[in-house]
Design a protein around this ligand. Structure first.
Ligand SMILES: NC(=O)c1ccc[n+]([C@@H]2O[C@H](COP(=O)([O-])OP(=O)(O)OC[C@H]3O[C@@H](n4cnc5c(N)ncnc54)[C@H](O)[C@@H]3O)[C@@H](O)[C@H]2O)c1
Length: 234
Protein backbone atom coordinates (compact mmCIF):
# COMPACT_ATOMS: atom_id res chain seq x y z
CA UNK A 1 0.00 0.00 0.00
CA UNK A 2 1.30 3.47 -0.88
CA UNK A 3 2.50 5.64 2.02
CA UNK A 4 1.14 9.14 2.57
CA UNK A 5 4.61 10.61 1.89
CA UNK A 6 5.49 8.40 -1.07
CA UNK A 7 8.22 9.97 -3.18
CA UNK A 8 8.52 13.12 -1.08
CA UNK A 9 11.95 14.44 -0.10
CA UNK A 10 11.95 15.49 3.56
CA UNK A 11 14.48 17.16 5.84
CA UNK A 12 14.16 16.59 9.60
CA UNK A 13 16.24 18.52 12.15
CA UNK A 14 16.99 17.14 15.60
CA UNK A 15 16.58 13.71 13.99
CA UNK A 16 18.98 12.02 16.41
CA UNK A 17 16.68 11.70 19.42
CA UNK A 18 13.15 11.74 20.80
CA UNK A 19 10.47 13.25 18.60
CA UNK A 20 12.84 13.73 15.63
CA UNK A 21 13.92 10.10 15.66
CA UNK A 22 10.36 8.76 15.98
CA UNK A 23 9.19 11.07 13.19
CA UNK A 24 12.05 9.89 10.95
CA UNK A 25 10.90 6.27 11.37
CA UNK A 26 7.31 7.22 10.53
CA UNK A 27 8.38 9.24 7.46
CA UNK A 28 10.44 6.22 6.32
CA UNK A 29 7.41 3.93 6.76
CA UNK A 30 5.28 6.40 4.77
CA UNK A 31 7.66 6.38 1.79
CA UNK A 32 9.66 9.61 2.20
CA UNK A 33 13.29 10.04 1.14
CA UNK A 34 15.06 11.49 4.14
CA UNK A 35 17.75 13.96 5.10
CA UNK A 36 18.36 13.50 8.84
CA UNK A 37 20.08 16.47 10.46
CA UNK A 38 21.46 16.68 13.98
CA UNK A 39 24.27 18.50 15.76
CA UNK A 40 25.29 15.13 17.25
CA UNK A 41 26.61 13.11 14.32
CA UNK A 42 26.48 9.67 15.98
CA UNK A 43 22.86 10.17 17.02
CA UNK A 44 21.86 11.07 13.46
CA UNK A 45 23.73 8.01 12.21
CA UNK A 46 21.73 5.70 14.50
CA UNK A 47 18.48 7.19 13.19
CA UNK A 48 19.78 6.75 9.65
CA UNK A 49 20.29 3.04 10.21
CA UNK A 50 16.72 2.68 11.52
CA UNK A 51 15.31 4.64 8.55
CA UNK A 52 17.23 2.48 6.09
CA UNK A 53 15.97 -0.66 7.81
CA UNK A 54 12.46 0.69 7.32
CA UNK A 55 13.26 0.82 3.59
CA UNK A 56 13.91 4.54 3.11
CA UNK A 57 16.51 6.16 0.91
CA UNK A 58 18.20 8.43 3.43
CA UNK A 59 21.33 10.35 4.36
CA UNK A 60 22.37 11.99 7.61
CA UNK A 61 24.18 15.28 8.11
CA UNK A 62 25.87 16.92 11.07
CA UNK A 63 24.67 20.51 11.31
CA UNK A 64 23.86 23.10 13.96
CA UNK A 65 20.55 24.82 13.16
CA UNK A 66 21.71 28.04 14.81
CA UNK A 67 24.42 28.47 12.15
CA UNK A 68 23.16 29.83 8.84
CA UNK A 69 26.01 28.36 6.76
CA UNK A 70 25.37 24.86 8.14
CA UNK A 71 21.63 25.14 7.53
CA UNK A 72 22.13 26.38 3.97
CA UNK A 73 24.65 23.58 3.33
CA UNK A 74 22.10 21.01 4.57
CA UNK A 75 19.47 22.20 2.11
CA UNK A 76 22.06 22.33 -0.70
CA UNK A 77 23.14 18.76 0.09
CA UNK A 78 19.50 17.64 0.09
CA UNK A 79 19.08 18.98 -3.43
CA UNK A 80 22.41 17.52 -4.58
CA UNK A 81 21.40 14.10 -3.26
CA UNK A 82 17.66 13.92 -4.07
CA UNK A 83 17.07 16.71 -6.60
CA UNK A 84 14.58 18.75 -4.54
CA UNK A 85 13.01 19.45 -1.14
CA UNK A 86 9.29 18.81 -0.61
CA UNK A 87 8.86 18.92 3.17
CA UNK A 88 10.69 19.83 6.33
CA UNK A 89 10.23 19.28 10.06
CA UNK A 90 12.11 21.99 11.98
CA UNK A 91 12.18 20.14 15.29
CA UNK A 92 15.69 20.62 16.73
CA UNK A 93 15.55 22.29 20.10
CA UNK A 94 16.99 22.37 23.58
CA UNK A 95 15.51 22.74 27.05
CA UNK A 96 18.20 25.15 28.27
CA UNK A 97 19.11 25.25 31.93
CA UNK A 98 15.93 25.51 34.00
CA UNK A 99 16.11 28.78 35.98
CA UNK A 100 13.82 31.43 37.40
CA UNK A 101 13.85 34.68 35.42
CA UNK A 102 16.01 36.57 37.88
CA UNK A 103 18.53 33.73 38.00
CA UNK A 104 18.67 32.92 34.26
CA UNK A 105 22.05 33.78 32.75
CA UNK A 106 22.24 35.79 29.55
CA UNK A 107 24.28 32.99 27.95
CA UNK A 108 21.48 30.47 28.71
CA UNK A 109 18.83 32.83 27.29
CA UNK A 110 20.89 33.53 24.14
CA UNK A 111 21.57 29.85 23.47
CA UNK A 112 17.91 28.82 23.80
CA UNK A 113 16.78 31.59 21.47
CA UNK A 114 19.59 30.87 18.98
CA UNK A 115 18.50 27.25 18.60
CA UNK A 116 14.76 27.18 19.35
CA UNK A 117 13.78 30.42 17.60
CA UNK A 118 16.52 31.66 15.26
CA UNK A 119 17.26 28.05 14.30
CA UNK A 120 13.68 27.52 13.09
CA UNK A 121 13.78 30.82 11.21
CA UNK A 122 17.11 29.98 9.52
CA UNK A 123 15.75 26.58 8.49
CA UNK A 124 12.54 28.07 7.09
CA UNK A 125 14.54 30.73 5.24
CA UNK A 126 16.72 28.19 3.44
CA UNK A 127 13.86 25.70 2.87
CA UNK A 128 11.43 28.28 1.50
CA UNK A 129 14.10 29.72 -0.83
CA UNK A 130 14.57 26.23 -2.29
CA UNK A 131 10.82 25.54 -2.53
CA UNK A 132 10.26 28.86 -4.34
CA UNK A 133 13.01 27.95 -6.81
CA UNK A 134 11.31 24.62 -7.52
CA UNK A 135 8.00 26.39 -8.07
CA UNK A 136 5.51 23.69 -7.00
CA UNK A 137 5.03 24.38 -3.30
CA UNK A 138 5.98 22.41 -0.24
CA UNK A 139 5.08 21.73 3.39
CA UNK A 140 6.90 22.82 6.52
CA UNK A 141 6.16 21.87 10.12
CA UNK A 142 7.86 23.76 12.95
CA UNK A 143 7.91 22.93 16.64
CA UNK A 144 6.21 25.35 19.01
CA UNK A 145 6.68 28.69 17.25
CA UNK A 146 3.15 29.86 16.53
CA UNK A 147 3.75 33.47 15.45
CA UNK A 148 6.60 32.69 13.07
CA UNK A 149 4.55 29.83 11.62
CA UNK A 150 1.44 31.95 11.02
CA UNK A 151 3.49 34.77 9.45
CA UNK A 152 5.24 32.42 7.01
CA UNK A 153 1.97 30.65 6.17
CA UNK A 154 0.41 33.98 5.19
CA UNK A 155 3.47 35.09 3.20
CA UNK A 156 3.85 31.93 1.12
CA UNK A 157 0.32 30.57 0.74
CA UNK A 158 0.15 31.97 -2.79
CA UNK A 159 3.13 29.77 -3.66
CA UNK A 160 1.40 26.67 -2.25
CA UNK A 161 3.94 26.43 0.55
CA UNK A 162 2.05 25.32 3.65
CA UNK A 163 3.55 26.12 7.06
CA UNK A 164 2.16 24.56 10.24
CA UNK A 165 3.47 23.86 13.74
CA UNK A 166 3.10 21.14 16.32
CA UNK A 167 2.92 22.20 19.95
CA UNK A 168 3.74 19.12 22.02
CA UNK A 169 2.63 18.53 25.57
CA UNK A 170 4.85 16.39 27.81
CA UNK A 171 6.29 13.74 25.47
CA UNK A 172 8.33 10.83 26.78
CA UNK A 173 11.78 11.65 25.29
CA UNK A 174 15.33 12.08 26.62
CA UNK A 175 14.63 15.83 26.93
CA UNK A 176 11.64 15.26 29.21
CA UNK A 177 13.68 12.76 31.21
CA UNK A 178 16.33 15.42 31.81
CA UNK A 179 13.74 18.03 32.82
CA UNK A 180 11.93 15.69 35.21
CA UNK A 181 15.08 15.25 37.28
CA UNK A 182 14.57 18.77 38.62
CA UNK A 183 11.19 18.18 40.27
CA UNK A 184 10.10 15.49 42.71
CA UNK A 185 7.12 13.43 41.51
CA UNK A 186 7.26 15.33 38.20
CA UNK A 187 5.81 12.51 36.11
CA UNK A 188 2.80 11.89 38.38
CA UNK A 189 2.06 15.61 38.49
CA UNK A 190 2.22 15.92 34.70
CA UNK A 191 -0.01 12.89 34.24
CA UNK A 192 -2.56 14.28 36.72
CA UNK A 193 -2.71 17.60 34.82
CA UNK A 194 -3.36 15.92 31.46
CA UNK A 195 -6.98 15.26 30.38
CA UNK A 196 -5.84 11.95 28.80
CA UNK A 197 -4.08 11.05 32.09
CA UNK A 198 -0.79 9.97 30.55
CA UNK A 199 2.36 11.33 28.91
CA UNK A 200 2.56 11.44 25.12
CA UNK A 201 4.81 9.19 23.06
CA UNK A 202 7.15 10.68 20.42
CA UNK A 203 5.39 8.63 17.73
CA UNK A 204 2.13 10.47 18.49
CA UNK A 205 3.82 13.74 17.48
CA UNK A 206 5.46 12.05 14.48
CA UNK A 207 2.13 10.78 13.11
CA UNK A 208 0.72 14.32 13.27
CA UNK A 209 3.77 15.77 11.51
CA UNK A 210 3.56 13.13 8.77
CA UNK A 211 -0.09 14.01 8.15
CA UNK A 212 0.61 17.76 8.12
CA UNK A 213 3.43 17.23 5.59
CA UNK A 214 1.30 14.99 3.39
CA UNK A 215 -1.12 15.99 0.62
CA UNK A 216 -3.94 14.80 2.88
CA UNK A 217 -3.51 18.11 4.75
CA UNK A 218 -3.48 20.09 1.49
CA UNK A 219 -5.85 22.83 2.79
CA UNK A 220 -4.23 23.15 6.21
CA UNK A 221 -1.79 26.00 6.75
CA UNK A 222 -0.93 28.47 9.52
CA UNK A 223 -2.04 26.05 12.23
CA UNK A 224 -0.18 25.66 15.53
CA UNK A 225 -1.57 22.21 16.36
CA UNK A 226 -1.47 21.06 19.98
CA UNK A 227 -0.40 17.44 20.38
CA UNK A 228 -0.80 17.53 24.12
CA UNK A 229 -3.43 15.10 25.33
CA UNK A 230 -5.93 17.96 25.71
CA UNK A 231 -3.83 20.13 28.05
CA UNK A 232 -4.43 23.29 26.00
CA UNK A 233 -8.19 22.74 26.03
CA UNK A 234 -8.40 23.19 29.82
N1 LIG B 1 9.58 16.25 24.88
C1 LIG B 1 8.72 17.17 25.22
O1 LIG B 1 7.96 16.99 26.18
C2 LIG B 1 8.60 18.45 24.43
C3 LIG B 1 7.56 19.33 24.77
C4 LIG B 1 7.41 20.52 24.05
C5 LIG B 1 8.30 20.82 23.03
N2 LIG B 1 9.31 19.94 22.73
C6 LIG B 1 10.21 20.31 21.63
O2 LIG B 1 10.26 19.24 20.70
C7 LIG B 1 11.54 19.23 20.05
C8 LIG B 1 12.17 17.84 20.18
O3 LIG B 1 12.29 17.55 21.56
P1 LIG B 1 12.70 16.11 22.13
O4 LIG B 1 11.94 15.95 23.38
O5 LIG B 1 12.65 15.09 21.05
O6 LIG B 1 14.22 16.45 22.55
P2 LIG B 1 15.56 15.55 22.50
O7 LIG B 1 16.53 16.28 23.35
O8 LIG B 1 15.24 14.15 22.81
O9 LIG B 1 15.99 15.66 20.97
C9 LIG B 1 16.41 16.89 20.42
C10 LIG B 1 17.41 16.63 19.30
O10 LIG B 1 17.77 17.91 18.75
C11 LIG B 1 19.19 17.92 18.56
N3 LIG B 1 19.70 19.30 18.60
C12 LIG B 1 19.83 20.10 19.70
N4 LIG B 1 20.38 21.26 19.35
C13 LIG B 1 20.58 21.22 18.01
C14 LIG B 1 21.13 22.13 17.09
N5 LIG B 1 21.61 23.33 17.46
N6 LIG B 1 21.18 21.78 15.77
C15 LIG B 1 20.73 20.55 15.37
N7 LIG B 1 20.22 19.63 16.23
C16 LIG B 1 20.15 19.96 17.53
C17 LIG B 1 19.73 17.09 19.72
O11 LIG B 1 21.05 16.64 19.48
C18 LIG B 1 18.71 15.96 19.80
O12 LIG B 1 19.07 14.89 18.94
C19 LIG B 1 12.37 20.33 20.72
O13 LIG B 1 12.32 21.49 19.94
C20 LIG B 1 11.65 20.54 22.04
O14 LIG B 1 11.83 21.83 22.57
C21 LIG B 1 9.47 18.77 23.41
Amino acid sequence: MAGILDGKVALITGAGSGIGRATSRIFAREGAQLVLVDVVADAALETLEAAKQAGAKAICLKADVSKSDEVEASVARTVAEFGRLDCAFNNAGIEGEPALTHKCSEANWDRVLAINLTGVWLCMKAEIAQMLKQGHGGAIVNTGVAGLTRAAALEYGRHNIRVNAVCPGPIRTPMLGRLMQFTKDAEQRMVRSEPLKRLGEPEEVGETVAWLCSDRASYVTGLPMPVDGGFFAQ
